[in-house]
Design a protein around this ligand. Structure first.
Ligand SMILES: NC(=O)c1ccc[n+]([C@@H]2O[C@H](COP(=O)([O-])OP(=O)(O)OC[C@H]3O[C@@H](n4cnc5c(N)ncnc54)[C@H](O)[C@@H]3O)[C@@H](O)[C@H]2O)c1
Length: 391
């Protein structure tokens, strides 16, 4: 079986090679494709092709994709979390060092010197840029996911004491965090005991304005805040007040709100944390691998609208179903199978919100019976997508 893939936004060819020979990639010309691989292409207001089963976004954010519509039409949407984590980590480590020594102000100052005695002026004026070292200082990391965990580990290697806060840390991320990173259970401990704080959480109702008046009130004077996660995690007015009183020594962010530009003690980068050639390649490779695995095995890894489902395929046939999350659905599926005298080798049903995903491995070689079962599922009102995978 050959799968058709439509790509948008110039996806890195090395990433597309991950798809292997079973896939035909025809750029944006592919007619009625099985899958899309996209970067920033805006899919809002577009009609999905009937045959479309998966969309992979080579990157983290998926707000260019109408997720609810995709879900209702049985289309699994994937992203590539962590593929740009190393890029963001390096940007944050650079920001730590930049703010410790105020290299940017030093460079601006030296560039505006005039006259023939520059070295004299440099010697006379450089004292104002005597910084401090990060070794021995305390870094608080809020959010210990793909990015935060890497930063925590590397900051340790740079000689910092590291505090980490993440009540929802995944087991996978937790395994990767150095035992020297001290986990704290209260955000206040991060605020009270850190010289530097870096934040790596998604923007949610819970995390919006993590840095508000109360947070700044808990900090000691001279704290540096680094925000490469989302602008809205910081209440700007509260930040300005905290800078005024000396609580915040420096704010470094990757998000250029107008009101932050041109201000002393604030360094703004133009959302470049994840922008490296390597990150782009990693995203494309991860997107290619994810689509291949989903199309060939039905397994779902890193989806934003369906649960993670992994199961090695050993039975001759696997049917995957995207079904509405209604009562007794698993029993109804099992009955449909047993009514045809077919044995179930394995069944996994996982739900997310109003929909669920079912992997049904069948211990049956008779293709005619399998086709009958597929037709039965296709006729069901509660099932929006049926796929048959042959081992
Ligand atoms: N500047 C950039 O270019 C850039 C690039 C990539 C990601 N990001 C941002 O960085 C964020 C983190 O990325 P990631 O790849 O590490 O994501 P991730 O999903 O691997 O990690 C996020 C972590 O935050 C934790 N978390 C969630 N809510 C929390 C809370 N209330 N308090 C403490 N921890 C909480 C989660 O448990 C998880 O471990 C993303 O959500 C995105 O907004 C920015």
């Amino acid at each position: 079986m050959v799968f058709s893939v439509r790509t948008y936004n110039n996806i890195n060819q090395i990433g597309l090679k991950e798809l292997g020979n079973q896939f035909q990639v025809d750029g944006d010309k592919a007619d009625n494709p099985d899958a899309f691989i996209i970067r920033s292409q805006n899919l809002h207001g577009k009609t999905f092709p009937d045959n479309l089963k998966a969309i992979a976004r080579a990157g983290a954010g998926t707000n260019n994709i109408p997720i609810d519509e995709a879900t209702e039409q049985g289309i699994v949407v994937f992203n590539t979390p962590g593929a740009n984590a190393n890029a963001v980590k390096e940007a944050v480590i650079a920001s730590l060092l930049l703010s410790a020594r105020d290299y940017i102000a030093a460079n601006t100052w030296v560039n505006q010197l005039e006259g023939d005695d520059i070295s004299k002026q440099v010697e006379a004026g450089k004292k104002q840029f005597a910084g401090s070292e990060i070794a021995g200082k305390t870094l608080g990391v809020i959010g210990l996911g793909a990015i935060g965990a890497r930063i925590a580990n590397d900051a340790r290697r740079l000689g910092m004491n590291v505090l980490g806060y993440d009540p929802y840390v995944s087991i996978e991320a937790a395994w990767n965090i150095s035992s020297h990173v001290k986990r704290v259970n209260d955000l206040k401990e991060i605020f009270a005991h850190s010289d530097y704080i870096t934040v790596h959480v998604p923007l949610t109702d819970d995390t919006r304005h993590t840095f508000d008046k109360a947070a700044f009130a808990n900090m000691t004077k001279g704290t540096t805040i680094i925000n490469f996660a989302r602008a809205e995690l910081v209440d700007n007015q509260a930040l300005f007040d905290a800078i005024e009183t000396g609580v915040v020594k420096h704010y470094v962010t990757d998000f250029g709100d107008k009101e932050l530009l041109g201000k002393e003690r604030i360094t703004v980068f133009p959302h470049v944390g994840g922008s490296t050639a390597e990150a782009e390649l990693n995203c494309a490779i991860m997107a290619g691998k994810t689509i291949r695995r989903f199309m060939e095995t039905g397994e779902i890894i890193n989806s934003v609208n369906f649960p993670r489902v992994e199961q090695v395929l050993v039975a001759p046939y696997r049917i995957t179903l995207i079904n509405k999350n209604v009562p007794n659905i698993v029993a109804r599926i099992s009955t449909a199978v047993s009514d045809l005298g077919i044995n179930i080798d394995n069944i996994i049903n996982r739900s997310k919100g109003d929909y669920a995903y079912t992997l049904l491995d069948l211990d049956e070689d008779d293709r005619a019976k399998i086709n009958q079962l597929v037709a039965k599922f296709e006729a069901s009102d509660n099932i929006v997508r049926v796929r048959l995978i042959e081992r």
